[in-house]
Write a protein that binds this ligand. Structure first.
Ligand SMILES: C[S@@+](CC[C@H](N)C(=O)[O-])C[C@H]1O[C@@H](n2cnc3c(N)ncnc32)[C@H](O)[C@@H]1O
Length: 510
């Protein structure tokens, strides 16, 4: 680490959304002060993504570095080949992600030792970032847990992983920490007691919980409610910690609790992130990606059979839609398949982009010239018509995706609780003219909640499209198989939001 650099310790790193945003912050000299010293992640595919990204950051400014990286992501060089071209940077990247996937709580000896080493070698400010996993707090996780016989929140180790975070705070004693979690943490209870106030108490004084010596205390700030406007930051309401990403230039209604901890010897009050005036829509950030067709999941997948199916569906669809919408508006809809569409394409479309300039720069900087992770899934033939109906309905209704009750009986799936209202949003289109709903890791299971707004494509979103909604730059490569890639994208903090948080942190440290 050089002087002026901020050491970042990234815990529960996932694919590295939070780290990416922090790393991209520039100071007044155009320099990136945040340097990730270590990323700790236990899941192998996310760990591989992290290592690739760490490597990319280390070679991008070298002569020929970007070109070599692009060759790798285009499949023209293998991972071993590109690593052998840059042995020093490879070693550094591998060290950054601790050689292998590592689990906090299980590999503590190694993880803590590496953190102690990094801290001892570093003179300047330190920042700990990351969010302990959230299944146990998330509302979806809680409803799943409720179905598990004998489940007790107090016995679920995932409820206590934040204590691993406290241990690292005690060891590293960072100037600042950023902790992210799901909204459900605000209302989660253990033994009938709300856990959020306890978590805040523990984060204010990590050493009290961990018993590690020489500990510091922390003030916890909101990133969206200005503390200097309050008599005492402790007057913050729990909900003041909730960040609504769509208000900060992210094309997605992702609501997450993000805490900013500042060591008590730092007396300055941090600023906050500033909302944008306009919501960014799904179409603004997806319209320049190549259109694709879906495939068939339970039968042989031939392009011509897909086209035949979609053409036949177009006729049925018009009749069904005319029962609910103005006939003229339905007639104007083009529902016929675009012939010759592929299931995957890496070619950028030559269209005028309609995204705000700040996002265009953000997505397209150091562009590999092709589209990564952009391949469709297969769907059951019977779902193609449902997808087309959902997308067309959303378009005709001005951006409202149909509920189960809006589907014609002919399209009702063979699903026990279709009529009960329990899964009213089962086929949800991401409307072109609105921001997306939260991209969650559920997108890895099925695509029904993430239907593309174009009724002619009859498909769910690709990993790249989900990554655009999460504001990952286009040159961010997700490793692993497609299911793992979806999980990684769904888990991440939007890097563009993380960059704004990074700026607040940098301003405070300066
Ligand atoms: C919500 S994701 C983090 C997303 C990340 N902050 C980002 O911005 O991309 C949580 C991650 O923690 C990882 N994880 C869970 N338990 C862990 C443990 N004990 N040690 C290390 N990583 C763990 C999961 O595999 C998952 O990738």
């Amino acid at each position: 680490m050089e002087t002026g650099e901020v050491l970042v310790i990234d815990l529960f790193s996932g694919p590295g959304g939070l780290g990416e945003g922090m790393s991209s912050v520039t100071d007044e000299n155009g320099y990136n002060p945040f340097k990730i010293g270590v990323s700790v992640e236990k899941e192998p595919s996310a760990h591989k993504t992290l290592t690739t990204r760490a490597f990319y950051r280390k070679i991008k400014a070298l002569d020929g570095g970007l070109d070599s990286y692009f060759k790798y992501v285009r499949g023209e060089l293998t991972r071993d080949e590109i690593f052998s071209l840059y042995p020093k940077q490879t070693q550094e990247a591998i060290a950054e992600t601790l050689q292998e996937p590592r689990a906090l709580g299980e590999d503590n000896e190694l993880i803590h030792e590496r953190i102690r080493e990094l801290v001892a070698l570093h003179q300047g400010p330190k920042v700990v970032i990351g969010g302990p996993p959230c299944q146990a707090y998330s509302l979806a996780g809680r409803s799943r847990n409720a179905g598990i016989k004998g489940y007790k929140a107090e016995d679920d180790h995932r409820n206590f992983l934040y204590k691993e975070y406290l241990k690292v705070l005690s060891i590293a004693q960072p100037d600042v920490f950023v902790m992210e979690n799901v909204r459900g943490i605000l209302s989660a209870k253990i033994n009938g007691e709300a856990i959020f106030p306890q978590i805040l108490e523990d984060l204010r004084d990590p050493g009290r919980v961990t018993g590690f010596p020489d500990h510091f205390k922390y003030n916890i700030f909101s990133l969206v409610v200005q503390a200097s406007d309050l008599k005492d930051p402790k007057y913050l309401d729990s909900s003041d910690f909730l960040i609504r990403s769509e208000n900060y230039g992210v094309p997605q209604a992702r609501h997450r609790v993000i805490l900013l901890g500042v060591r008590q010897d730092i007396t300055r009050i941090p600023s906050i992130i500033r909302p944008t005036t306009q919501t960014v829509t799904v179409e603004q950030v997806l319209s320049d990606l190549p259109p694709l067709r879906s495939g068939f999941s339970k039968q042989k997948d031939f392009q011509q059979s897909w086209e035949r199916e979609v053409l036949a569906n177009a006729k049925k669809l018009k009749l069904l839609l005319k029962k609910q919408f103005d006939n003229e508006a339905v007639d104007k809809l083009n529902l016929e398949p675009i012939l010759g569409l592929e299931r995957q394409s890496s070619l950028l479309v030559e269209v005028a982009r309609c995204m705000p300039p700040y996002l265009e720069n953000w997505y397209l900087e150091n562009h590999p010239g092709c589209v990564l992770n952009h391949a469709t899934r297969g769907h059951m033939a019977s779902d193609l018509l449902r997808y087309a109906f959902s997308a067309a309905f959303t378009k005709l209704s001005g951006g409202t995706s149909p509920k189960a009750r809006d589907f014609p009986v002919e399209l009702a799936p063979d699903h026990g609780n279709w009529d009960t209202g329990a899964h009213a949003d089962r086929f949800r289109t991401q409307a072109a003219n609105k921001c997306a709903t939260t991209v969650t890791s559920h997108i890895s299971k099925d695509g029904h909640y993430f239907i593309h707004y174009d009724p002619k494509q009859c498909r769910s979103l690709t990993v790249r499209e989900a990554a655009r909604l999460q504001t990952f730059p286009d040159n961010y490569l997700f490793e692993g198989n497609r299911t793992q890639q979806y999980v990684q994208v769904g888990n991440a903090v939007p890097p563009y939001l993380a960059q704004q948080i990074g700026r607040v942190v940098l301003e405070l440290l300066n």
